[in-house]
Ligand binder design. Structure first.
Ligand code: SAM
Ligand code: SF4
Length: 326
């Protein structure tokens, strides 16, 4: 029986955060405090992730995205990707900051990764450093090169725009998509940063991004699945593609098909869930696969109708992005 919630949405996508650690400290995500992570023993082991993934694939999950924190900092992620492929995940992707990608790309492809999203919040090395608090611009660009030279397709590049920080680069990113023939995705800044600096006036809306790009190069809409997060466009006159991800200004909760598993084994039915559900307790407490599947079904049935970012009483969840998995 397919995994569905009480609103009739079918759940087919799973995001697995394999670690809450990261080698970057992006200002819109992590705190500057280096000690801000869950202790190592709290994380699920690879065999525990694998067991949950097997159960979930048996319940209709078809797409899995491996994320974090930074997934490439956890030793063994390639073997885990290979296990996911063996389990029968039809669409297997990863989101990475790209720092370690050039050296790991071949192994990820060999393991069976299908596609990749790489974060790049500035095309200017100095501003990149300001956003990520690293000097890794060159390594990330090398990671994008490696991904484009590999079998991974499509290659998507993600930028979170923050007003006053990198919003001046919309047009440059659009040119980058055309030059490099890749998919450039603009993601609205969400209230999930560790330092709680988010405010509505820091959000650069998808409508603004579209207007600015179209002022230079006409865009043609591309059909997309209702459950996809991005509204997609190609350039009327050339290569490259744009994706606009607008969780704040145009929420897409009505067609959401996603659930999330955190690095410490909590099931979350929304990025903005107030509560998460402890599967590690069941895994380590001797529950059978059927019992775990039953617990997952009950949790998913109660998936919230939508996030409440635009409601007057909105409060951000206590877990921030790096502890949930993006
Ligand atoms: N470390 C990897 C990376 O940066 O690609 C994977 C994890 S990261 C949490 C996943 C995605 O979430 C990235 O594209 C990142 O830019 C995005 N993200 C993080 N904090 C965000 C926020 N406050 N609002 C919107 N997107 C955010
Ligand atoms: Fe790390 Fe990704 Fe968060 Fe940046 S967005 S701090 S790379 S987890």
């Amino acid at each position: 029986m397919p995994l569905t919630d009480k609103f009739g949405r079918q759940i087919t996508d799973l995001r697995i955060s394999v670690t809450d650690r990261c080698n970057f400290r992006c200002v819109y995500c992590r705190s500057a405090d280096p000690e801000n992570h869950v202790a190592g023993h709290e994380l699920l082991r690879w065999d525990e992730f694998e067991r949950l993934a097997r159960i979930l694939v048996g319940m209709g999950i078809r797409k899995v995205r491996v994320t974090g924190g930074e997934p490439l900092v956890r030793e063994g992620v390639e073997d885990f990707i290979a296990r996911l492929k063996e389990i029968g995940v039809a669409d297997l992707s990863m989101t990475t900051n790209g720092h370690l990608l050039a050296e790991r790309c071949e192994r990820l492809v060999a393991a069976g990764l299908d596609r990749i999203n790489i974060s790049l919040d500035s095309l200017d090395p100095a501003r990149f450093e300001q956003v990520t608090r690293t000097k890794s611009f060159g390594k990330v660009m090398a990671g994008i090169d490696a991904a484009q030279a590999s079998r991974l397709r499509p290659v998507k590049v993600n930028a979170v725009l923050v007003r006053g920080l990198n919003d001046g680069e919309v047009e440059a990113f659009a040119e980058f998509a055309r030059d490099r023939d890749l998919i450039m995705r603009f993601i609205e800044y969400m209230p999930l940063d560790a330092d709680r600096h988010w405010s509505r006036d820091l959000v650069v809306t998808a409508a603004e991004v579209k207007r600015r790009i179209e002022a230079r190069s006409p865009l043609v809409p591309i059909a997309h699945e209702p459950s996809e997060t991005a509204r997609k466009y190609k350039f009327a006159d050339g290569r490259g593609e744009i994706g606009l991800v607008a969780p704040v200004s145009q929420p897409f909760c009505g067609h959401c098909s996603r659930i999330r598993l955190t690095a410490d084994g909590k099931l979350r039915t929304c990025l903005f869930s107030k509560d998460d559900h402890d599967l590690k307790y069941l895994l380590r407490g001797g529950s059978s696969d059927d019992e775990i599947a039953g617990a997952i079904r009950d949790v998913v049935a109660e998936k919230e109708e939508g996030h409440r970012i635009n409601e007057p009483d909105f409060r951000p969840p206590s877990r921030t992005m790096v502890f949930i998995g993006g």
